[in-house]
Design a binder for this molecule. Structure first.
Ligand code: ZN
Length: 241
């Protein structure tokens, strides 16, 4: 079974559509989404509708929970708070109802999924060995999949922890070591590459590949200007930072 693992779309419809086109062309059996459907970007309702239709597993992220009012908006500073407030004003009932059903963690055959980490599925960032160590200790499936940091990452758990940032095109042979993988972000990548980041897992071939997909960044930026989202959020998309 081949699975496309996506995370952190953040209302970037152009990026999501481009990745879905590749998924459609690639014959994937399932789409697993690791949370943050909304926040930052200009098209929340459209992104929620597409993910509701396409994702076999769909997690909630911290931004989704803030927009729903389940977490106080004060948890965010500056631009994130401004974008969350704007999203609250435009989110339709259908999207709100679907987001309301989502949890920040899930289990699938061979994998445990979290928006943040097993320690704190909503807020914890797995960016270093210490957080990875606790993530392996708190889980038992061969794969631990996390989002939230917007950084593509692969860490394996053998005698020592090994790994780090995962460059575009990185392919890993899975097993016998357990792996912690972060696909990176579809809608607001932060590793210095503006392309939408996602992860392909081929369970049959025991292989995972870090993918990047071009999308019309200028279109998303124009949509952000149109609705008055903070300029810094728009500018960073061109650089993937
Ligand atoms: Zn995010």
């Amino acid at each position: 079974m081949r699975v496309a693992v996506l995370s952190d779309v953040h209302s970037n419809l152009g990026a999501l559509e481009a990745v879905l086109a590749e998924i459609d062309a690639g014959g994937f059996a399932e789409l697993w989404f690791l949370g943050d459907l909304v926040g930052y970007g200009p098209k929340p309702n459209e992104c929620v509708a597409l993910l509701q239709e396409r994702a076999t597993i769909c997690l909630a992220g911290n931004h989704d929970l803030v927009v729903l009012g389940k977490i106080e908006i004060d948890a965010f500073a500056g631009e994130a708070a401004a974008a969350a407030r704007w999203t609250q004003t435009v989110l339709d009932d259908t999207a709100r109802s679907f987001l309301d059903t989502l949890q920040p963690q899930a289990v699938a055959p061979g994998a445990e999924l979290f928006h943040g980490s097993p320690r704190d599925p909503v807020w914890d960032y797995v960016l270093d060995d210490e957080a990875a160590f606790w993530s392996f200790a708190a889980t038992s499936e061969p794969l631990v999949l996390v989002g939230h940091s917007h950084h593509a990452l692969e860490i394996s758990n053998g005698e020592n922890l090994r790994g780090g940032p995962a460059a575009a095109g990185t392919t890993l042979e899975l097993g016998p070591l357990r792996r912690l993988l972060n696909p990176g972000s579809v809608g607001q990548p932060r590793h210095g590459d503006p392309r939408a980041a996602w992860l392909e897992i081929d369970f049959g071939a025991a292989r995972a590949t870090f993918r990047r997909t071009n999308y019309p960044v200028e279109r998303t930026q124009a949509e952000m200007r149109e609705v008055g989202l903070p300029e810094a959020l728009e500018l960073r998309l061109a650089f993937g930072i």
